[in-house]
Ligand binder design. Structure first.
Ligand code: CTP
Length: 362
């Protein structure tokens, strides 16, 4: 999304955060945030149809010419409970105070809506030029450890590096993690980071020990290049292929679908022949098959994906009824028998399958 033009003469309106960073980097922004030095709910409703407002945070979402724009009042915050959502201490503070509560210098830039002037209290422009990520103060990761994952995300998205002191602070935090943190926020950042489908991100995540925020036990990088795998067979949830590999996922709250993906792959043991492979993977999400491939047995998984999954038996329950067999659990045994034979000889016809069914009953 490009910067949206707001025609307003107030010198209290500023584009803020990611959108300014993205404009200076000449990349597209995901969203546009605008801050108003004062009460945004009161001032910004005039820009279009109000979609929602949140008085606790002083924010308002408005449809501006068909695009949803978030307007926020400048606000100061404190992290009363480290690792959790901060508490707003003041709505309508100065622009400088608002900027100083943020994660990295490159995300702490503002641009006047009226004049286009860049306001940089923290050296964000220089860090953008030098391609470095720098926190604004030494307690930044203690306040909000999700920033370590955000840092990884931005490094990968923009090809940046951690500035040395920020790297040291990350290392220090990872050596003394406080596990009482909001894993809902952690999950959101993990999804955004690993949906980038970057092997490089995963290698940094493991090498630098960032994974310990989720799963403390030692973890090694699997040999398989996951990025290439996902490029070959696109999946709906790329992130889960990376994160699902971690041994301890008890801190993350998964949806029903995600939980099933993980449980399915974990429950499959050694697979000895084509029939076992077929039965184990048939009907499973591609994500589960990949997790199995990466962590247990690549060969079986690819035997299924490249060959076996295209083989289907053609006879149905109706065919068996026509043979005079009354519906019963026996049907499944017959189908399995026919499938076993078809996996050995995929070219057999429906008539051959019926003959096999007859042979089985006799
Ligand atoms: N922010 C922060 N700490 C966080 C999350 C967000 O300080 N844990 C601040 C940053 O200043 C950030 C802004 O809130 O720029 C908006 O957050 P978000 O929309 O998540 O990030 P963007 O920087 O807009 O990046 P993206 O392009 O990924 O949307």
């Amino acid at each position: 999304m490009d910067i949206i033009n707001i025609y307003d003469n107030s010198d209290k309106l500023y584009y803020i955060g990611g959108v300014v960073r993205d404009k200076l980097l000449s990349v597209k922004s995901f969203d546009v945030d605008i801050t108003y030095v004062g009460d945004a709910i009161e001032y910004c409703a005039k820009f279009g149809e109000v979609i929602q407002e949140n008085p606790d945070f002083g924010t308002i979402r408005v449809n501006v010419g068909g695009r949803e724009v978030d307007f926020a009042s400048t606000r100061a915050e404190v992290y009363e409970k480290k690792g959790h959502l901060p508490v707003v201490t003041k709505i309508g503070c100065s622009l400088k105070e608002d900027v100083l509560r943020r994660d990295f210098t490159i995300n702490a830039l503002a641009m006047s809506v009226k004049t286009g002037e860049i306001i940089d209290y923290v050296g964000g422009q220089e860090d953008l030029e030098n391609k470095v990520l720098r926190v604004l103060h030494d307690k930044s990761f203690v306040d909000d450890p999700t920033r370590i994952i955000r840092g990884l995300k931005f490094r990968v998205r923009f090809g940046f590096d951690l500035e040395p002191n920020t790297r040291k602070l990350q290392e220090e935090y990872l050596a003394h993690i406080n596990y009482d943190m909001s894993y809902k926020r952690v999950k959101k950042e993990l999804i955004e980071t690993f949906n980038l489908n970057s092997q490089y991100a995963f290698e940094l995540f493991v090498k630098e020990g960032i994974y310990k925020l989720i799963s403390p036990e030692k973890f090694d990088i699997p040999k398989v290049n996951i990025e290439n795998l996902i490029n070959k067979y696109p999946v709906k949830l790329p992130w889960i292929i990376y994160i699902g590999l971690l041994p301890d996922l008890s801190r993350i709250e998964f949806t029903k679908e995600e939980k099933k993906i993980i449980e399915d792959f974990r429950s499959i043991g050694e697979l000895k022949d084509d029939f076992e492979i077929y039965k184990a993977f048939d009907g499973l999400a591609l994500e589960s098959i990949f997790l199995y491939a990466i962590s247990k047995d690549m060969k079986s998984a690819f035997r299924y994906l490249d060959v076996l999954r295209n083989i289907k038996i053609s006879i149905t329950g109706d065919d068996l009824k026509n043979l005079g067999i009354a519906p019963s659990p026996k049907y499944q045994e017959i189908f399995d028998y026919v499938l076993k034979e078809k996996l050995k000889n995929p070219d057999i016809t429906t008539q051959d399958e019926i003959s096999l069914a007859k042979k089985f009953i006799n």
